[in-house]
Design a binder for this molecule. Structure first.
Ligand SMILES: *Cc1c(COP(=O)(O)O)cnc(C)c1O
Length: 733
């Protein structure tokens, strides 16, 4: 069942097109399509359905098909069948903005690694026509939310599937919704497929995206379908979860996909599990009504479905766990489902609500946390399930996040041969650690990436200055009023990056808690420093938005108090492309959450992939990636993980304690940085990140650990490869 290797070269580029009964697809060979489809449609169900509310995989950050055509200098085609596809690829839009942050980007990275490792997986999510949101930032108003305009129809790699053998008719699924009187409304969705094509172009993971925004869709449903994490009202929020969860099984059936294992990437799609339980029950008590089922029958059906379910929990933070009023849920689901929910989703703390984390935690055969520390937290939060919760520490897709300049260096050294296919080769960096040539190339690549970031920032600042003259927007950077074509941000200055969602527990403003202390350190040593910040706050998260505003408010004060030594820049509208530029271009990556609320964090791993050291609280992945200071710096309190530390309320966020610890650590960092030269301890840390952290915090290793939970049959060759990736790290040891 494994696909053979189809080397793509100039001679056979015209074979990069494939068709089946649902459409015609560009970027893979016909044989690849057939092999992938055959894997997913086998009667024995030897495949996994991976369910996620969001998938972040923007084609402007990673696109192996496009890259291959560029390498072969085939950026246009005379072949009539290919022409349209290639035009779309090179001239069409390059963003699929249906993710909000770490959860979605992790899903995208995971699927890319599944594709590279040829694991039979299909992913399912929703297609949001208004994406998440676009962020404008005004220095007086803070974050301003704008609707996203994107065009699925014009985007390369995204296909509207059609009815079998009828290209004129889009494939539809129909989902029943109920009101409080059990009256049914059928809501339709059309079905898109994004292809996550692997690095070698000889495998792909289909991402099935359900699109409920049809002209005939009732208004409330349209709103729920339109925008990721729309939480205007709880009913809209609940409908959105329901659309994902209940859409999954009909969509897979329509496509003939037989996956026997369901992986819930967070609990948002848990309604799929409810549906499987209902089907099991119908098998026992018949149709149409489940009211005859006894509690025991319900629990037996649940046990069967649990055997097919894997659940990844991503956060200890309450906002990440869906809870809905029981009465509200009665208004959108059939009464017989409510009996099941009463048994499975009962919230101990609040008997009037359903808690979908509780349900996902109950109905699975294995659950996992996303780091070791998070496993300990999860064990404290769910003691009754501790036995089945293990750690599978997150990773990032190394081919996506390693910059072009760094990749060029890795390509030169024979010791790193095959790094594209095996992130484990960095574990054998050995002699290169002290190799002056390697160190100097790496340092040059770093400078190149810093130059790219600073070009972007300087251009942005000039634009902000012009914007200020032309529009009502007061741009988000005090510094834009200071620069002109002669004075720009200086890339030789020590530059710290911070970018992620603005949630209060992430404490973006922590290091500015005491500006006097911070500026004293800088001024007394004459150390210049740049801080580059980015990130969105959920539109309904008022405290999160106020932290953005605080960052903007600090800009001028910081500049003045440090006598111009410190510049704080905010880049609006954070996305994967900005993330990639930042993690490779800065000199250190800052992570300042309240321990232990950051379950994993992945942006720091992206920095580590490029050899950029982290300065971080000992939380999430960093407790595993710090290696006694060989790869970066730690600060902040490190007590044992107790229930009492899980509070998110403002007075428990430890601002003064942890910022004081940061100010203690900062001088040694700056000292190391400004002692330049290719023998510096700073470059040591860069090299050690490659050697110690790339082999561990990559999604190939993570996928191999997931595979242990999936219990799939694979060809021997692949099994061996997976064993190798697992040998790189054991998240649970
Ligand atoms: C990686 C990434 C994140 C996640 O960053 P964390 O450090 O896990 O918070 C969020 N948004 C984007 C665009 C990313 O690329």
């Amino acid at each position: 069942m494994s696909t053979t290797n189809h080397t793509i070269n100039n001679a056979n580029i015209h074979t990069l097109i494939a068709s089946n009964q649902f459409g015609t697809f560009f970027g893979i060979h016909q044989k690849v399509l057939e092999a992938v489809w055959s894997n997913l449609t086998q009667p024995d169900g030897n495949s996994v359905a991976y369910i996620s509310m969001e998938i972040g995989a923007d084609p402007d950050v990673y696109n192996p098909v496009k890259q291959r055509l560029i390498d072969l200098e085939r950026t246009s085609s005379m072949d009539n069948r290919l022409k349209g596809f290639i035009k779309k690829l090179f001239q069409g839009p390059e963003k699929i903005p249906t993710y909000s942050g770490g959860l979605g980007v992790l899903a995208g990275d995971t699927l890319k690694s599944f594709a590279d490792c040829k694991i039979p997986v299909v992913a399912i999510s929703l297609l949001y026509r208004q994406g998440y949101f676009s962020q404008i930032v005004d220095s007086k108003l803070g974050q301003i939310v704008q609707t996203v305009k994107w065009q699925p129809e014009a985007t390369h790699g995204l296909y509207l599937l059609h009815e079998p053998n009828n290209p004129k008719k889009p494939l539809h699924i129909e989902i029943p919704f109920y009101n409080a009187d059990n009256q049914m409304t059928v809501i339709k969705a059309q079905v898109w497929m994004k292809m996550e094509i692997n690095y070698s172009l000889d495998y792909f993971i289909p991402e099935i995206l359900l699109d409920f925004s049809l002209p005939e869709t009732p208004e409330l449903f349209k709103i729920a379908a339109g925008q990721l994490y729309n939480s205007e009202t709880s009913i809209i929020k609940a409908l959105q979860r329901r659309m994902l969860g209940t859409g999954i099984i009909p969509a897979l059936r329509k496509l003939g996909i037989t996956s026997n294992t369901y992986h819930l990437n967070e609990q948002h799609g848990v309604m799929a599990i409810l549906q499987l339980i209902a089907e099991e029950l119908h098998g026992v008590v018949g149709y149409p009504d489940l009211s005859k089922a006894t509690d025991q029958q319900i629990m037996e059906a649940t046990d069967k479905v649990a055997l097919r379910t894997i659940y990844t929990i991503h956060t200890p933070v309450k906002a990440g766990h869906d809870r809905f009023d029981k009465s509200l849920y009665a208004g959108i689901s059939h009464s017989s489902c409510q009996r099941i929910l009463n048994l499975l989703a009962h919230d101990e703390e609040n008997p009037h609500t359903y808690n979908f984390t509780t349900m996902a935690m109950k109905v699975n055969r294995a659950a996992n946390s996303v780091s070791r520390l998070h496993r300990d937290v999860t064990h404290k939060q769910f003691p009754q399930f501790a036995r089945k919760i293990s750690a599978i520490t997150n990773g990032v897709h190394h081919l996506t996040w390693i910059s072009d300049a760094r990749a060029e260096v890795f390509n030169i050294f024979p010791e790193l041969r095959n790094w594209q296919h095996d992130p484990g080769v960095f574990a054998k960096l050995g002699p290169l650690v002290q190799d002056p040539r390697f160190r100097s190339y790496l340092s040059e690549a770093w400078k190149k990436d810093t130059a790219i970031l600073f070009d972007f920032i300087n251009t942005m600042l000039l634009q902000h200055r012009n914007q200020k003259l032309e529009t009502w927007i007061d741009p988000p950077n005090f510094f834009s009023s200071l620069i002109d074509r002669n004075t720009q941000m200086n890339p030789q200055v020590f530059t710290v990056g911070f970018a992620r969602r603005f949630s209060t527990y992430k404490r973006a403003d922590l290091i500015f808690d005491n500006l006097d202390t911070l500026c004293d350190i800088l001024v007394s040593n004459n150390w210049p420093i740049n801080f580059i910040f980015a990130g969105k706050a959920h539109p309904a998260d008022e405290p999160g938005k106020s932290v953005i505003k605080l960052i903007l408010d600090y800009q001028k004060e910081l500049y003045k108090k440090s006598n111009g030594l410190a510049n704080l820049i905010f880049i609006p509208n954070y996305d994967m492309k900005i993330a990639k530029m930042m993690v490779a271009g800065v000199h250190a990556w800052l992570n300042s959450p309240k321990r232990p609320l950051e379950a994993s964090g992945t942006s720091g791993m992206k920095a580590a992939m490029n050899g950029v050291p982290n300065i971080s609280i000992m939380d999430g992945w960093w407790a595993e990636g710090y290696h006694d200071g060989q790869t970066g710096w730690k600060f902040g309190l490190e007590g044992p993980v107790e229930e009492a530390n899980l509070s998110e309320s403002p007075e428990t966020l430890l601002y003064s304690e942890d910022s004081a610890s940061f100010y203690q650590t900062l001088p040694s960092i700056l000292k190391e940085f400004y002692q330049t030269g290719n023998n510096s301890a700073f470059l040591d840390k860069a090299v050690m990140n490659l050697a110690l952290n790339i082999p561990v915090f990559n999604t190939h290793r993570m996928a191999a650990e997931y595979l242990m939970k999936y219990d799939l049959r694979l060809p021997e060759e692949q099994k061996q490869e997976m064993r190798h990736f697992r040998s790189l790290y054991n998240s649970n040891s």
